[in-house]
Design a protein around this ligand. Structure first.
Ligand code: PGA
Length: 310
């Protein structure tokens, strides 16, 4: 393999990712015969076929899969090396890959804004998704850092708690229960609920509370977005449980938080990364920044701000 060039590995990785010689040529701005000849030379060096063509579909062989994993390792290390060199030169630059749970979008983008002003040479990729999808991304080692409220038990993670994430029962502003104190869960049984999609931690929490009290939850609607749920609550379709952070943006005036026993459920946010993963300089810098700055983003502080602006 010592004779394989980095360029060949780059061409190979691009073909494998795009599953097409033509698309790889386009992405790399080279001619398709060049792609073919690079792959041919690499195949000769390895001594085994790397791709298999069945019909129109291009598949990786076992050797191809192994080589692809090796390419990912090599490119990640080179990338890290570049960032370390940049750091030694006193410049923080490189790429930061972050995945945050749905409710993180209410403050992480703002925090990233101030971070990127401090470090303008850092590129950020931010994915926003639910807990189940984050779990899958962790298993594939897709990102530098993951921000979520319930770190999975079956993944070995370094974790730091950095902020509160209270879950509250939300109703339309003029709901019959809006001014009532100490509402029992039993009283909620007769009201329809709007739940998040399967795979959402928010959904699991509310389901678990009702199950623990041997109560049934009347599910009228399932929606995959906290923002859509807020609109559905305002539209009178039902009650829901949401992170208090989701109330800090639009619709604040049209909603009320119900005073229900067992609520708020006090969750916290964690910033995590895979144990044993050597964090890039950029990821480490962001982690430190997040731990220091997040104190300004508590749900209550944000709600007060929303209230004052409203
Ligand atoms: P979820 O998590 O998007 O998986 O419901 C949100 C949260 O726990 O705040």
């Amino acid at each position: 393999m010592i004779h394989a060039t980095l360029h060949q590995l780059e061409v190979f990785e691009t073909v494998a990712r795009l599953q097409s010689f033509t698309k790889a040529a386009e992405e790399l701005s080279i001619k398709q015969p060049t792609v073919s000849s690079q792959i041919k030379q690499l195949t000769q060096t390895v001594g085994l076929p790397l791709f298999e063509q069945i019909g129109k579909q291009l598949y990786l062989t076992n050797a191809g899969e192994e080589l692809l994993n090796t390419c990912h390792d090599i490119f990640a290390r080179l990338n890290n090396f570049e960032m370390t060199v940049a750091d030694l030169k006193g410049v923080k630059e490189g790429k930061l890959c972050l995945t945050v749970v749905t409710t993180g979008k209410y403050f992480i983008p703002r925090l990233l804004g101030s971070f990127c002003q401090l470090y303008p040479h850092i590129d950020v990729s931010l994915q926003v998704t639910n807990h189940q999808q984050i779990h899958e991304r962790m298993l594939e080692n897709k990102d530098d850092l993951y921000i979520l409220s319930k770190p999975p038990e079956d993944v070995d993670l370094e974790r730091h708690i950095f902020l509160d994430n209270p879950l509250v029962v939300v109703a339309p502003r003029n709901h019959i229960l809006s001014n009532k104190k100490n509402i029992s869960l039993k009283e909620l049984e007769s009201f329809p609920f709007i739940l998040r999609e399967v795979g959402s931690n928010t959904r699991n929490v509310i389901q678990q509370i009702f199950d623990d009290h041997k109560l049934n939850i009347r599910v009228r609607l399932e929606l995959g977005s906290n923002e859509a749920i807020k609109q559905a609550i305002i539209g009178g379709l039902g009650l829901s449980v949401l992170s208090k952070h989701t109330l800090t943006s639009s619709c604040y005036d049209e909603l009320s938080i119900l005073d229900v026993k067992n609520f708020p459920v006090q969750e916290s946010w964690y910033v995590t990364y895979l144990s044993g993963k050597k964090l890039s300089v950029v990821a480490r810098t962001f982690l430190e920044y997040l731990l220091k700055e997040s104190i300004n983003y508590t749900a209550d502080k944000q709600l007060t701000l929303a209230h004052n602006h409203g």
